[in-house]
Design a protein around this ligand. Structure first.
Ligand code: FAD
Ligand code: NAD
Length: 483
């Protein structure tokens, strides 16, 4: 018998579960279909982010950061702890516990909000019709006035390094190593490569990152990416730029290892690793999701085509999160989920795609919002820059965590903030202050005139804003660029 719903959401990652909960809050009878099974073959909600993405990677980043703190940074505070060791299975088990806590939390939120969680693989077979194939192979038909697709993304594989889930792994495998690899190779100096490379480097692996591009973190403001490369290299990550991986050979005898072949401007190179993480990007996941007769359009790279309000070309079908254009970030997907739900209820909600914050959770963190200097130069915009280094911030010095800077850019004629770029401790939280300011079209002077608690890392944001207009009190500097 067909089950009738107002809304069927496909996928329970950040984009899908948020959409489902908001739809239910707005009074729609809502189901959320999820195919993900955990190691015990139990359906789990939360998608990539909660199961094998944002949360587990941050759990390992935090554990490994504490290890480095205990090993190398306590002494300066007068604390000695003797020999510090790491129990990798215990660290991974803690990560799994956090994942479990949060994915169960989504189940609880579904119950509290009256969202029906449905286990199985969904396929849109017609407008307003979804067939769900349960894990035992049985099929059930759902009728829905609105369908929201939030099927997410999966790692990209490259032919030279096929994943064998043992020696060559993707980001998911890299969250579950049971010991620290002696020699770890990472393909891709993107967000995942740097975050997971950092985890294992902190715990003692010799990490080499092979990156095809010549430019390190090309999406990041140059001054900040230069600083990031300097710090990351000091931490032991050997980042080889302009290294395009061309092949690999797994060892046939002895301890498992892989020889990776790559080409650089100096010619062909080879390097042997005990583990290799392939982190070369992710692709939208739309396999077996849409019957072609429905007519939902995909773009050339496989993303579901949507307008600024996440409507597809077919009325009644929407798509949100990693499966559509834009940065593959959990918070972007969540806001899209809310937008679609609220638009169904005739609200005028709109995502501001100009203000999607980005963070790389290395230590120090790298975070940015808005335009960087290179983009503004290319656009011929006249701007002011204020830079404030954490080494001049009392709280950063007190914490012995003073690497990095805040860089704030404002329009030279209107003083409106155009962008902010931070490398430093807690950059993820600091950038949010500027995101809020920019959402309200604030000027650098507005931040400069705001009182900040002392001593706090956020004073560096205050001083960078003052510096943009030449008023920094505790150093800082001002640069002016003409068109
Ligand atoms: P997903 O989270 O991918 O969820 C999609 C869900 O749909 C999955 O559960 C899938 O099983 C289900 N599904 C797919 N097809 C079907 C079907 N036919 N039927 C039923 N169910 C289906 N982003 C950040 O913002 N911050 C971070 O710190 C961060 N760290 C990350 C670290 C790693 C290692 C990785 C891999 C990613 C990270 N991301 C991070 C990216 C983030 O995980 C994604 O942007 C986010 O999960 C996308 O959410 P989504 O809901 O669109 O898709
Ligand atoms: P990415 O796009 O950030 O980086 C991939 C890197 O691999 C690029 O620098 C690319 O030039 C390089 N590359 C591609 N092919 C290569 C080859 N053959 N040899 C060498 N290098 C090659 O992708 P990712 O790191 O896999 O992350 C995927 C997505 O997940 C990101 O787009 C991001 O949105 C999301 N994510 C976000 C966070 C966060 O917000 N902190 C963390 C992890 C992942």
């Amino acid at each position: 018998m067909t089950k009738e719903y107002d809304v069927v959401v496909i996928g329970s990652g950040p984009a899908g579960y948020t959409a489902a909960i908001r739809c239910a809050q707005l009074g729609y009878k809502t189901a959320c279909v999820e195919k993900w099974l955990d190691a015990k073959e139990k359906t789990v909600y939360g998608g990539t982010c909660l199961n094998v993405g944002c949360i587990p990677s941050k759990a390992l980043l935090d554990s490994s950061h504490k290890f480095v703190e205990a090993q190398s940074h306590f002494e300066v505070h007068g604390i000695s702890v003797g020999k510090v060791s790491i129990d990798v299975p215990a660290m991974v088990a803690r990560k799994d516990k956090i994942v479990n806590q949060l994915t169960s939390g989504i189940k609880g939120l579904f119950t509290a909000n009256k969202v029906d969680g449905v286990a199985g693989t969904a396929k849109v077979t017609a407008v307003g019709k979804v067939i769900v194939t349960a894990h035992d192979g049985s099929e059930e038909e759902f009728a829905a006035k609105h369908i929201i697709i939030a099927a997410g993304s999966v790692p990209i594989d490259i032919p030279p390094t096929p994943i064998d889930h043992q020696t060559i792994v993707d980001s998911t495998g890299a969250l579950d190593f049971q010991e620290v690899p002696k020699r770890l190779g990472v393909i891709g100096a993107g967000v995942i490569g740097l975050e997971l490379g950092s985890v294992w480097a902190r715990l003692g692996a010799e990490v080499t990152v092979l990156e095809a591009l010549e430019d390190f973190l090309p999406m990041v403001d140059k001054q900040i990416s230069k600083e990031a490369l300097k710090i990351i290299t000091k931490q032991g990550l050997n980042v080889k730029m302009g290294a395009r991986v061309t092949g690999s050979k797994l060892s046939k005898t002895g301890k498992k290892s892989v020889t990776v072949e790559y080409s650089t401007k100096d010619g062909e190179q080879k390097q042997v690793f005990d583990k290799l993480i392939v982190a070369v990007g992710r692709r939208p996941y739309t396999e077996a999701l849409l019957d072609p007769s429905v007519g939902v359009e995909l773009d050339q790279r496989g993303f579901i085509k949507v307008d600024d309000q996440c409507a597809t070309n077919i009325p009644g079908i929407y798509a949100v999160g990693d499966v559509v254009r834009g940065p593959m970030l959990a918070h972007k997907g969540m806001e899209e989920g809310v937008m679609v739900a609220e638009r169904l209820a005739d609200k005028k909600t709109q995502v501001n795609y100009d203000l999607v914050p980005s963070v790389i959770y290395t230590h120090p963190e790298v975070a940015w919002i808005g335009k960087n200097e290179e983009e503004l130069k290319a656009e011929g915009v006249d701007y002011n820059v204020g830079v404030f280094p954490f080494v001049a911030n009392g709280r950063a010095l007190a914490a012995n965590d003073s690497d990095g800077m805040v860089k704030l850019i404002a329009d030279a004629s209107t003083d409106r903030i155009l962008g902010c770029h931070i490398i430093g401790a807690s950059a993820a939280d600091l950038i949010q202050q500027v995101v809020i300011a920019m959402e309200f079209s604030a000027s650098a002077e507005d931040i400069g005139l705001t009182m900040f608690a002392h001593p706090a890392l956020s004073e560096a944001v205050h001083e960078a804003a003052l510096a943009a207009n030449g008023h920094a009190i505790h150093i800082g500097n001002r640069k002016r660029r003409k068109k």
